[in-house]
Write a protein that binds this ligand. Structure first.
Ligand SMILES: Cc1cc2nc3c(=O)[nH]c(=O)nc-3n(C[C@H](O)[C@H](O)[C@H](O)COP(=O)(O)OP(=O)(O)OC[C@H]3O[C@@H](n4cnc5c(N)ncnc54)[C@H](O)[C@@H]3O)c2cc1C
Length: 432
């Protein structure tokens, strides 16, 4: 069972997203072709594409659509993985397979904005581009490599020199960088709710407040059970990500859940906004301990960070974010922070997400490593194809068996603070 006591502080998105669609709880037995567990971007996209393929899907969400990472993230629509570069994917997975994975990532932001347009979802969608500025001279080599590798594969990218980054950001803090024009930003909770609403209009049942408690064999099908109902289906997709519980034994031990903090400033005045990120792109830089920010429609800068010590975290995050933004944009020194909230994302040891086949007809997607907004959409398409019976070779992402992380309890407890500590040391050394 999911820990329903985890109620984070009220987020900016909860305050500004359109109301959630009115969704029922699962009550009584149901039949479907596909039972999707989890109502975040991945689960909702899977149901969407499954319906397009002619299947009858059902979505079962423990809380409300977007309650997990999908409704709490920074809303940056980024068509790359966090750390794994295109050439590295090709080297690891082989030419043809690797290039299909790269193409899926390359087109992921466009896929998301296309879906938003297709269903007319009101979610502050802005395809103004995504910029990754380099925080040290050494990291500009990473910018050049990324721009070259993505450019070679037809992505709409551009290498930016120091002067251009300074103009685009309104900050002298960076040494160069690169951008991808297909990226941008959304109000993520509005998108999750909008996707659920679109499914409802298409006649796809989406059940809320219905934690799945068991998945059992039912002849040659599967029965997903909740407290008051069940869905029997020939295929099951688990889209529970970092919020995975013990529903599928061992799944949650394949990832390390990492708590990430978000914060939003008070709306900035017109004069300030003219000097801070005037093109309103989404930005996340090259620090290991990431600096990231984007505007919402009210002119708030939405940012965040990570904390080492679990003490008084919400208050410390306000000060941390104001300080970080002030270091990049001196005109924001002491900026008021109105909202602070958090969410869990799923890390894998090699920073590569996994498309698992858990059993015959049971699939899952897990391990976004903090970059899953755009990716969730085409991955939903791949999961739908798998549910419709596609052969593993016909999927753009390899199907793998789950591999629990050795000493998972210890790793989950200590790897995140250890990683943060290391990142901060390395980031500081590179700046000096
Ligand atoms: C703070 C934060 C900031 C981030 N910022 C960005 C960003 O700017 N850009 C980016 O690309 N990525 C970002 N990410 C990552 C991105 O949010 C995730 O990759 C993406 O939302 C994952 O979507 P999902 O549908 O796979 O999982 P989730 O949205 O986490 O959905 C999982 C769902 O499963 C449900 N569930 C779990 N167990 C059960 C059960 N037993 N029965 C029924 N339902 C169940 C949960 O309630 C939840 O709604 C961020 C993540 C966090 C946490």
């Amino acid at each position: 069972m999911l820990d329903v006591t985890d109620t984070p502080p009220r987020s900016l998105w909860a305050a500004t997203a359109p109301q959630a669609p009115d969704l029922p709880e699962l009550d009584g037995p149901r039949e479907a072709d596909l039972a999707v567990v989890g109502g975040g971007f991945t689960g909702l996209a899977t149901a969407h594409f499954a319906q397009e393929l002619g299947l009858k899907p059902v979505v079962i969400e423990a809380m409300e659509p977007g309650w997990g990472a999908s409704g709490r993230n920074n809303g940056q629509v980024i068509p790359t993985l966090t750390r794994v570069e295109p050439d590295a994917l090709v080297a690891r997975f082989g030419g043809e397979r690797g290039e299909r994975m790269v193409a899926l990532i390359r087109d992921s932001a466009q896929d998301l904005f296309d879906l938003v347009r297709k269903h007319g979802i009101a979610c502050e969608a802005s395809q103004a581009g995504w910029i990754q500025p380099a925080h040290s001279p050494g990291r500009t080599r990473i910018s050049a490599a990324r721009a070259e590798q993505w450019g070679r594969r037809g992505a709409p990218v551009e290498l930016l020199d120091k002067k251009r980054v300074a103009e685009m950001l309104g900050s002298e803090a960076y040494h160069g960088g690169w951008m991808n024009r297909s990226g941008g930003s959304i109000n993520p909770l509005a998108l999750a709710r909008g996707m659920a609403g679109a499914l409802q209009r298409l006649g796809v049942p989406v059940f809320a407040r219905s934690p799945a408690t068991a998945i059992k064999r039912a002849g040659d099908r599967w029965r997903v059970e909740t407290a008051r109902g069940s869905v029997t289906a020939s295929r099951v997709v688990l889209a529970t990500a970092a919020y995975s519980d013990d529903l599928w034994p061992g799944l949650k031990r394949t990832i390390v859940p990492a708590l990430a903090w978000q914060a939003a400033t008070a709306p900035l005045g017109d004069n300030v906004r003219a000097t801070v990120l005037p093109g309103r792109q989404a930005v996340s830089d090259t620090h290991g301990d990431l600096r990231f920010f984007r505007y919402d429609d009210q002119g708030r800068l939405v940012s965040g960070g990570a904390l080492l010590m679990p003490i008084n975290r919400a208050e410390r995050m306000r000060a941390e974010v104001a300080g970080r933004l002030g270091a990049i944009f001196p005109q924001l020194d002491g900026v008021q922070v109105d909202f602070v909230w958090n969410g869990y994302l799923a890390m894998t040891p090699d920073y590569t997400p996994r498309l698992h086949q858990l059993a015959d007809g049971v699939f899952s997607w897990i391990g976004c490593n903090g970059r899953g907004v755009a990716l969730a959409i085409p991955i939903g398409r791949e999961l739908a194809k798998a549910a419709a019976g596609a052969r593993a070779d016909d999927l753009a992402w390899p199907l793998t068996a789950p591999a629990p992380i050795p000493l998972h309890g210890l790793v989950a407890r200590f790897s995140r603070p250890a990683m943060l500590w290391l990142y901060r040391r390395r980031d500081a050394r590179e700046v000096a």
